[in-house]
Design a protein. Structure first.
Length: 150
């Protein structure tokens, strides 16, 4: 399943890039993230609790940063997580690009290609897509709050 999401964030591209490359810090902005622990410079272990329809998931897994291109403000990461209780798993790759709109405005483009296995995968794309869009909107709002506080 593929998702493309865009959001305009009222922050200059450089500071937004620095913030997004600090995985433990940015994870606090993602709804449902409970823990993020660095394993090494590119790999992190974490837990995410999220509700999709009637199912609550407690995903535990890893995020691996595969690319960090600071010059072009592009990054990609791979995530693999399992939920033992729901007998499900999520595996995906996400790419992110920042495009400067103005001195204090940046477009965030996120493209995700994800495989959802187990019970959660049975819900179908409309419910999962709606949840993904909702999570991105919350994520963007949280980034705005963190980066625009005086």
């Amino acid at each position: 399943m593929k998702f493309t999401q865009r959001a305009v964030i009222p922050v200059a591209r450089g500071p937004l890039w620095d913030f997004l490359m600090d995985v433990p810090k940015v994870a606090k902005s993602l709804p449902g993230v409970e823990t993020v622990t660095p394993i090494d410079g590119t790999t992190y272990q974490g837990t995410l609790k999220v509700r999709v329809g009637p199912i609550s998931l407690n995903l535990q897994g890893k995020i691996i940063v595969e690319e960090r291109d600071a010059v072009n403000c592009k990054a990609s990461l791979r995530a693999e997580a399992n939920d033992r209780m729901a007998a499900g798993a999520v595996k995906g790759k996400t790419t992110m690009e920042l495009k400067e709109i103005g001195p204090h405005e940046t477009e965030l483009l996120v493209e995700t290609d994800v495989n959802i296995l187990g019970k959660i995968g049975e819900f179908g794309q409309p419910i999962i897509r709606k949840k993904a869009d909702q999570m991105l909107q919350e994520f963007v709002n949280n980034i705005k709050k963190q980066l625009t506080q005086s």
